[in-house]
Design a protein around this ligand. Structure first.
Ligand SMILES: *Cc1c(COP(=O)(O)O)cnc(C)c1O
Length: 392
């Protein structure tokens, strides 16, 4: 008998502790965790530096109101801005809050320059931006919105296809009152589908031409997961607003909206707030995560190791061409797309002590910690190869 709500379909397993890439059950079984809380634990479980940080900060100060200065938050905001396109940061506690705040920032900007009707947000059909009322209707997915009406207005949708043109009819979807285009740089839940650099450039161009803002949701793809600090960096474009969460807390709930000066100008005192957002404990951890994951050496190792992983996954794909359709993704946001339903494959991987998670389009999503060791990747490859063998 469980007193928890039934809104999740949970696997019948629980864990007592974690260390690095591994999780341990109470009877001592050891699992290679390539879910890591869905791209949350970017440094694996119980990273010594994060344990140290949380211990030290928890003895000093956990929470104060945003009515006061929070130096730890000033420090983290500065780090995020120095590292990226951003010039201003607003802290939240989760991804959905961050994407919803991103929508607020876009609307408020046009309001502040005397264009209050320019408030519609154009999103990709069946994308994922979180589970609040606004963000489910932003995603435009029937599965997520069913039963949660009335519909939150203000969102339009464009389809993102695998074939050209990737965004059919995009120009007609942009209306006079469109304030922003909001897309995930790499669609995570949607099946680990990167938006090609060319398409990102095209979106930026259209946004410039029509004076609308570009919001890139990097909640899953950001914080070095792709091998760059942000996945969009490879395309050389600059977005206006970027919501982040997942990786930035290394397992502690943190969200944030990063934005340029222009759009930040609309967020004057009183326009937005979050009681927990940006508290000293969260900020101390965020600072430590940034210290570790944002330097060049760390990024190079993510690039190198993920390349090795992807290369070898493609070799497995060549061996089982009737089972594996495609190896997708970038950096350590990886998808193995099967020809048929992936449930059984994921179960078999778990039986062999490798944890992975599903995504749409028959995809098995693989999200190792960014500091994963080569021998752990080799172990995962061996298990994946064995399951392919067993199921073919
Ligand atoms: C996970 C995710 C969110 C939502 O984050 P929560 O912390 O679950 O609210 C939003 N956007 C993207 C791209 C995500 O992957």
């Amino acid at each position: 008998m469980s007193y928890l709500a039934k809104n999740y379909n949970r696997k019948k397993i629980s864990f007592k502790k974690g260390k690095g890439s591994y999780l341990y059950t109470s009877n001592g079984a050891k699992y290679l965790d390539f879910v890591q809380g869905i791209a949350v634990n970017c440094l694996g479980h119980a990273h010594p530096k994060l344990v140290e940080t949380i211990k030290n900060q928890s003895k000093k100060l956990w929470h104060v109101s945003n009515a006061f200065q929070i130096p730890e938050g000033e420090k983290l905001a500065k780090k995020l801005c120095k590292k990226t396109f951003a010039e201003s940061v607003m802290f939240q506690n989760s991804g959905a809050e961050a994407t919803e705040a991103a929508i607020k920032v876009a609307r408020r900007y046009f309001y502040s320059i005397g264009k209050p009707n320019k408030n519609r947000i154009l999103c990709i059909k069946n994308s994922f931006h979180g589970r609040t009322l606004a963000t489910i209707f932003a995603s435009g997915s029937k599965k997520m919105t069913e039963g949660f009406g009335p519909k939150v207005p203000g969102f339009d949708h464009v389809i993102f296809r695998d074939t050209k043109p990737r965004f059919p009819n995009l120009n007609n979807k942009i209306k006079k009152n469109t304030a922003a285009i909001m897309v995930e740089t790499i669609m995570g839940e949607g099946g680990v589908k990167p938006i090609p650099d060319k398409c990102l450039k095209y979106l930026r161009k259209i946004c410039n031409k029509k004076n609308i803002l570009l919001i890139l949701d990097e909640v899953q793809s950001g914080i070095s997961r792709s091998g760059d600090f942000f996945a969009f960096e490879q395309s050389k474009i600059k977005p206006d607003i970027v919501p982040i969460a997942k990786g930035i807390g290394g397992g502690f709930p943190i969200g944030a909206v990063l934005m340029n000066k222009r759009v930040a100008s609309g967020m004057i005192p009183g326009t937005h707030g979050s009681t927990f957002g940006g508290n000293p404990l969260a900020m101390a951890i965020g600072n430590e995560v940034m210290n570790i994951v944002s330097n060049k050496k760390f990024l190079n190792s993510v690039k190198k190791m993920s390349k090795y992983f992807l290369l070898n996954l493609n070799i497995i794909k060549e061996k089982y061409p009737s089972m594996i359709k495609e190896i997708r993704g970038r950096g350590f946001l990886i998808g193995i797309q099967l020809y048929k339903d992936q449930t059984k494959f994921i179960k078999k991987l778990m039986d062999n002590k490798l944890l992975t998670i599903r995504a749409a389009e028959n995809v098995i999503r693989i999200l190792p910690p960014l500091n994963v060791k080569k021998k752990e990747i080799d172990k995962a490859l061996k298990i994946i190869n064995k399951v392919c063998q067993d199921l073919s």
